[in-house]
Design a protein around this ligand. Structure first.
Ligand code: ZN
Length: 201
């Protein structure tokens, strides 16, 4: 039985590593890349390499920044209110909150949440970095915008005393976020309400 050449199979396997790409769509994408103009696949390959090389965590907040040891567009903006922080799990949460247009402060991206079951402890998140920022330039208030589930709760309970010890008022997003889901499932309007109705911890 004749099959595709090994390089094709390798491309299909690589595409299958992407989220939501099953075997059939991986094969379809691979065929497209082979049949389309060479410029299409060259652009894709170059964009992946460029993004991986040039995008690094912001040296303050952990959101995406272009260039090693750089500040992101939010941290480097003079328009932002440095007296208010929003602590989130992932860089994609920052984008969600920015789209809601309700928040004009700074962020701190943890890189996940505490999960004893998955053996994710405080040292796996950017908590030491947060403490460093607190020592240098603490905000007046920090809103914990974490998922409304047990792990989000565990993370909030861990972070609150650290922030309070630094003299920071701590609040959590008002309920209204989907249970068991992170910010990625909340729409902009829900997020706006959740932010304006935040409750102090
Ligand atoms: Zn930043």
């Amino acid at each position: 039985m004749t099959d595709y050449p090994p390089a094709f199979t390798e491309l299909v396997e690589a595409l299958r590593q992407l989220p939501s790409v099953g075997p059939r769509s991986a094969e379809r994408h691979a065929l497209f890349l082979l049949q389309a103009d060479a410029a299409v696949s060259e652009r894709l390959a170059a964009a992946v390499t460029k993004a991986r090389t040039e995008i690094h965590p912001c040296r303050h907040c952990g959101f995406y920044a272009q260039g090693a040891d750089s500040l992101c567009s939010i941290c480097s903006s003079p328009q932002r209110d440095s007296s208010l922080w929003c602590v989130v799990e992932q860089p994609s949460d920052v984008i969600k909150l920015e789209k809601s247009n309700f928040f004009r402060g700074l962020y701190h991206v943890l890189g996940g949440r505490l999960s004893p079951l998955d053996k994710i402890g405080p040292e796996d998140l950017s908590i030491a970095k947060m403490e460093q920022r607190l020592a240098e330039a603490p905000p007046q208030e920090a809103v914990l915008a974490l998922a409304a589930d047990a792990e989000g709760e565990t993370t909030a309970l861990y972070l609150a005393p650290i922030l309070k010890k630094a003299g920071v008022k701590v609040s959590r997003l008002a309920m209204g976020l989907p249970a068991g889901g992170g910010l990625e499932y909340a729409d902009s309007v829900t997020l706006g309400y959740a932010l304006s109705g935040r409750r102090e911890l």
